[in-house]
Ligand binder design. Structure first.
Ligand code: ADP
Ligand code: MG
Length: 693
């Protein structure tokens, strides 16, 4: 069979697959499955244990099992808290088990009294009764089914398509077409990495004989899922170097000393290590594509500034892009202070920049009369066109989408690109989610920093906390108070900045100078308040999470967070980072209410762990794969298979292999023809089809 024949078989419309036909075709289209190939790459979202099946009286507490019985009774009621609760009694001979579902839609339509059903779950005992909460369910009798498989795929479904039907269709399709998928990896290369053949991986991802086979299948597919985008990035880079190389910006000892003299502090070991990687990139005509990350307060800005000054020293331009006006203002103030003794011409461009000034600045930037341009996303829209742009830095990157990044790149001629992530990201996630970026991590934070003491404060301890806050304010420190909403919101509790500001100024902080700020205020007013707070004119600032990003007021050492359950771990960590900026010890309190209980574990982790990377790992474990820290890029495809808490090694290997393959040219050999085909397809963004070739 030729590759061409295979390809045409794989692109057979789904309607002609056995068991589908015109009646089911629309269901498959709804699921995004149009061809045989789409079907084979429609992976299970989960797997059922087909065994063991246990009689109710033989259940073991805490162990997962299937039981089989008849539905004896079903009752639904509403709990005191307004939750809908459904309880079914399953009878198996003399024994019975109570199954409970909360807010489950439609289960009562499946479980009918007197009918046979099987439930799978972890059983527990409540006095004399066996119980399962939210068990998996299945109508019908277990005996009627084949029991050879130990794991059964569970697919995402759509109206009109049943799980059992889809399984049958998949089984048939695998048997008929699985071997049409061309192996993209050369045999020896695949074996060196102990990766399954693609056909075997597909068979086992759908119908794994056991967990280990499933893991092998997943590993093969995850490797490929990571390798292909990496290869695309490496290959694009090679092409870019050939077509429009970046400007080479070497750093010698003199330049290095000149730049360091401008900074008011010595760089930390971690910053120096990071800089080494960055300056190596800058000295090459391969455009830098690097993600710089570090814990909150690790000093990413200074590293970025160093890089920008390298560009400027060579007579070129650099641009720094930030997500908010406040950050633009703050960065420019800080950088301006550093650059007092230099000749660097700096410009600041943001939404608030008046029309005439903006025009002048843009013209100056275009003509090369501005060396360093700082601005918000408005910069992007303004079609930069800086004549000598050699480096673009994007701060707090997780607010920037992939598409914006691409646009930015197109704005100059292959400028070097450095993006800084706002929050630490586990390396595996960074590798998986930022497929086109190299990663540099700043280890540690500047010396003398003390970890922020974090407290979970129960309502009855509130007065004690405020007593502490007042004492610190009298000592001359400043405080942030953060609430989830800007203006009054109809919730059971006060959770907005305006009401809270009123309450605090009348009560807890009545003898202090307090200001408030939130996103609904006019930009100039907002900036004015923040600036006044920075200069110490206010002692306390009541704010929304707007202060999360970038606020850098070393004298502010106390953070009080109202309704912390409203914030994600990353946000909480950012907020806490606001009070760890100077040499004074920082304190952070999460004020708990009844509503915080649901987020108890997250909050406890937050209080216990101050290292951002460890916190990110915990977040990852708690949430499994998916959107860690909420950093998934806008428009980036969601991973089908990657589990970031387990796949670090395989992702690392794929990244290293991609680099190696392109750099030593092996990639051009005929043995890699098919892989190159996949990469080409990925580069043309043909959805997920790149995975299957
Ligand atoms: P982040 O990595 O969170 O963006 P910043 O770049 O804002 O951190 O730096 C945090 C604070 O640490 C700033 O006030 C900055 O001036 C200061 N800082 C950065 N590097 C050093 C250093 N090497 N020594 C002392 N202070 C530093
Ligand atoms: Mg920063």
């Amino acid at each position: 069979m030729t590759a061409k024949e295979s390809a045409s078989k794989l692109s057979t419309p789904i309607q002609y697959v056995k068991g589908v036909g015109p009646p089911l075709e629309p269901c498959f289209h709804t699921l995004g499955i149009r061809t045989v190939k789409d079907l084979l790459f429609f992976f299970p979202r989960d797997y059922d244990e087909a065994a063991p099946r246990v009689a109710i009286r033989d259940l073991t507490v805490g162990e997962w099992a299937w039981i089989q019985g008849t539905v004896g009774d079903i009752q639904s009621r509403t709990t005191a808290k307004g939750k809908k609760l459904l309880e079914a009694v399953i009878v198996d001979g003399e024994a019975r088990l109570y199954a409970t579902w909360f807010n489950a839609q439609g289960i009562e339509k499946i479980l009918r009294v007197g009918e046979s059903v099987r439930l799978g779950g972890t059983a527990w005992q409540d006095g004399p009764y066996w119980r399962m909460t939210h068990p998996r369910w299945k109508r019908g009798n277990l005996e009627e089914e084949q029991e050879t498989d130990t794991l059964v795929p569970v697919y995402r479904l759509t109206k009109g398509l049943r799980q059992e039907t889809l399984r049958k269709i998949m089984r048939g399709a695998l048997d008929a077409y699985c071997f049409e998928i061309q192996e993209a990896f050369p045999e020896s290369w695949r074996q060196e990495r102990t990766l399954l053949e693609i056909a075997q991986a597909l068979e086992w991802i759908h119908f794994p004989p056991d967990r280990e086979n499933l893991e092998q299948a997943r590993r093969r597919l995850v490797y490929q899922e990571c390798l292909v985008p990496r290869l695309a990035a490496e290959a694009a880079r090679v092409q870019e170097i050939a077509e429009s190389p970046a400007i080479v910006l070497p750093v010698d000892a003199r330049l290095d000393a000149r730049i360091r003299r401008l900074l008011p502090f010595d760089l930390t070991e971690g910053q120096n290590v990071a800089l080494k990687e960055i300056t190596t990139d800058l000295a090459s005509e391969a455009p830098m594509r690097r993600l710089l990350q570090g814990d909150v307060g690790s000093g990413k800005t200074a590293v970025a500034l160093y890089a920008m000054l390298v560009a400027v020293a060579h007579g070129h331009q650099a641009a720094l892009m930030v997500p908010t006006e406040i950050l633009a203002r703050q960065h420019s103030q800080r950088i301006q202070a550093y650059l007092r003794r230099s000749h660097v011409r700096m410009g600041v461009l943001s939404k608030g920049t008046p029309g005439a000034e903006r025009k002048r600045l843009l013209a100056a930037a275009r003509d090369g009369e501005v060396d360093l341009l700082i601005g918000t996303q408005a910069l992007l829209r303004a079609d930069l066109g800086m004549r000598n742009l050699a480096l673009v830095v994007v701060d707090e990157q997780h607010r920037f989408g992939v598409r914006q990044r691409t646009r930015l790149r197109a704005a100059g001629r292959s400028p070097h690109l450095l993006v800084m992530s706002a929050t630490p990201i586990p390396r595996s996630v960074a590798l998986g989610q930022f497929g086109d970026l190299d990663i540099t991590t700043i280890q540690g934070v500047p010396e003398g920093r003390q970890p922020v003491k974090t407290y979970l404060v129960r309502a009855e301890q509130g007065e004690k906390w405020w007593e502490f806050v007042r004492r610190k304010l009298r000592e001359g420190r400043q405080a942030y108070i953060v609430a989830p909403f800007a203006q009054e919101k109809r919730t059971e509790y006060v959770a907005d900045v305006e009401s809270l500001f009123e309450k605090l100024t009348n009560d807890e902080l009545s003898s202090f100078r307090v200001a408030h700020v939130h996103g609904k205020m006019a930009t100039q007013e907002k900036l004015g308040v923040m600036e006044d707070f920075r200069q110490g004119n206010y002692q306390a600032l009541v704010a929304t999470s707007l202060v999360e990003v970038g606020m850098d007021v070393p004298n502010a050492t106390i953070m009080t967070i109202y309704h912390p359950q409203q914030f994600g771990l990353a946000q909480l960590h950012q907020l806490r980072g606001r009070v760890a900026r100077g040499s004074h010890a920082g304190y952070c309190a999460c004020l708990l209410t009844e509503a915080s209980v649901a987020a108890r574990e997250r909050l406890e982790n937050f209080a216990r762990v101050t290292d951002g990377f460890r916190l990110a790992e915990l977040d990852l474990k708690a949430r499994g794969q998916g959107d860690v820290w909420g950093t998934r890029q806008h428009g980036a495809p969601k991973s089908l298979l990657i589990d970031f808490s387990r796949d670090a090694n395989i992702l690392e290997q794929a990244a290293a292999d991609a680099r190696q393959l392109v750099q030593d040219g092996a990639w051009e050999k005929p043995a890699f023809d098919r892989l190159r085909g996949l990469v080409a397809r990925y580069s043309s963004r043909a959805a997920w089809s790149w995975l299957s070739g």
